[in-house]
Design a protein around this ligand. Structure first.
Ligand code: GLV
Ligand code: MN
Ligand code: MN
Length: 405
């Protein structure tokens, strides 16, 4: 099935009829429909599906068999493997491309390799990692963190979603050997900025990922009547939060960094009541780990000073930290083939695999709007197809006769 046809099949899944954006929340119906679609697509290609206890899946194209039944799988599992793929979940009201583009181009690249008569010399897999966005349980790249072992199941099974549902009650978790033998991972992704637009190039390559993280700010005050409580008698956590959001924006702008409060929960959330509590989540990113630490420290210091003035109390809790990533230079050079190399401020499973010691690389496909995590995210069909060609060439080299590492 051609890329265009696969893409059309996925377009209605999880799409909002009002905004046109997508919410494919991990382990809920739209995302599970995407996962079922992927399993069908893999089976119809004769790929061997492997899944772990949280729902990370790899569809393997094994090298030709020799020997008795059962031996091929065992032998293949021990050998070097080349992996591609991405994720199928989305942020709330996200775009169509972030994640699915890497999965669908991977399947299309396999189709292209087969039609070229290519025969893999080592296992070639298409991976779908769960909860890449961390939209449900708060930890970015949850699936790939567990698959690589950089995060343990014990440390995350008690995480709760917004409805209080525990991760351990959604999936069984458990050990995984899904990535055993993987010696290279190449993830194709829509670009989430305008780097390629500015360069007039359809496809580029990633150099690395800015360190980034999420911090929960809990501000507690005192609930009271919006009319009868004199302004000077209030302990209003909304004021502490509001000033913190402004301070975060200013700090980040001054230093050329990124700071965003994109999620707030107000209790009790009544129009005519001073709130008792505000929980707000800071997403912060900077060019170095030192700069990121300094940014979060500066924001926290300003929030604390303001809390003192407001008579509120503040607790800051880190929820998801992703260190700086530099992709494997040798692999990057082999993937680049003269294409532009760009740094990114967005997190990816490829960053987690690289940090876990699996040489990784990323291909970016031009995004005309440069917008992402929004219904306005976009890519031209011709550029997506250029991405398929680029990925197929890279996979042919890595899973063919060349050394994969
Ligand atoms: C993932 O898309 C992130 O950068 O938050
Ligand atoms: Mn994303
Ligand atoms: Mn993504």
């Amino acid at each position: 099935m051609a890329f265009e046809e696969m893409w059309r099949e996925l377009l209605p899944i999880g799409r909002s009829s009002s905004s046109g954006g997508y919410f494919r929340q991990p382990w809920t119906s739209a995302e599970r429909e995407m996962a079922a679609w992927f399993a069908d697509a893999a089976r119809s290609r004769g790929l061997r599906l492997a899944e772990d206890g949280v729902g990370n899946v790899v569809a393997w194209w094994d090298p030709p068999a020799s020997g008795e039944d059962g031996q091929t799988e065992r032998r293949a599992a021990a050998e070097q493997a080349v992996l591609t793929g991405s994720h199928l979940d989305s942020v709330p009201d996200g775009g169509a491309y972030d994640g699915p583009l890497g999965v669908v181009t991977a399947l299309a690249a396999i189709d292209q390799l087969r039609s070229r008569g290519f025969v893999p010399q080592r296992r070639l897999g298409v991976a779908v990692f769960v909860e890449e966005e961390g939209s449900r349980f708060g930890l970015a790249c949850l699936g790939s963190r567990l698959a690589t072992g950089v995060t343990t199941w014990e440390s995350v099974r008690g995480l709760t979603d917004r409805a209080g549902v525990r991760l351990g009650d959604v999936v069984s978790g458990g050990g995984s050997r899904l990535l055993e033998g993987v010696s290279a991972y190449v993830e194709l992704h829509v670009e989430q900025g305008r780097g390629l637009v500015d360069l007039g190039q359809p496809v580029g390559v990633a150099s690395g990922i800015w360190p980034h993280g999420r911090w929960r700010f809990d501000v507690a005050g005192a609930a009271d009547h919006a009319g009868t409580t004199r302004m000077e008698d209030r302990r209003d956590p909304m004021l502490t939060y509001a000033m913190t959001a402004l301070a975060a924006n200013k700090q980040a702008r001054l230093a050329g960094q990124r700071a965003t409060f994109g999620r707030v929960e107000v209790t009790p959330n009544g129009t005519n009541a001073v709130p008792s509590h505000v929980a707000a989540w800071l997403d912060a990113r900077a060019a170095s780990e030192e700069a990121l630490a300094a940014l979060v420290e500066a924001i926290t210091a300003q929030a604390s000073a303001r809390a003192e003035r407001d008579g509120t109390s503040l607790v800051v809790t880190p929820e998801s930290i992703s260190d700086a990533v530099s992709f494997d230079v040798r692999l990057r050079d082999r993937v680049a083939g003269g294409r532009p190399v760009l740094a990114t401020q967005a997190g990816h499973d490829a960053g987690v695999l690289q940090a876990a010691g699996i040489p990784s690389a990323m291909l970016f496909v031009r995004n005309p709007t440069g917008i992402s995590h929004s219904p306005a995210e976009s890519a031209q069909m011709a550029d997506c197809l250029a991405g398929v060609d680029a990925l197929a060439d890279v996979l042919a080299r890595l899973a063919g006769t060349e050394d994969a590492g």
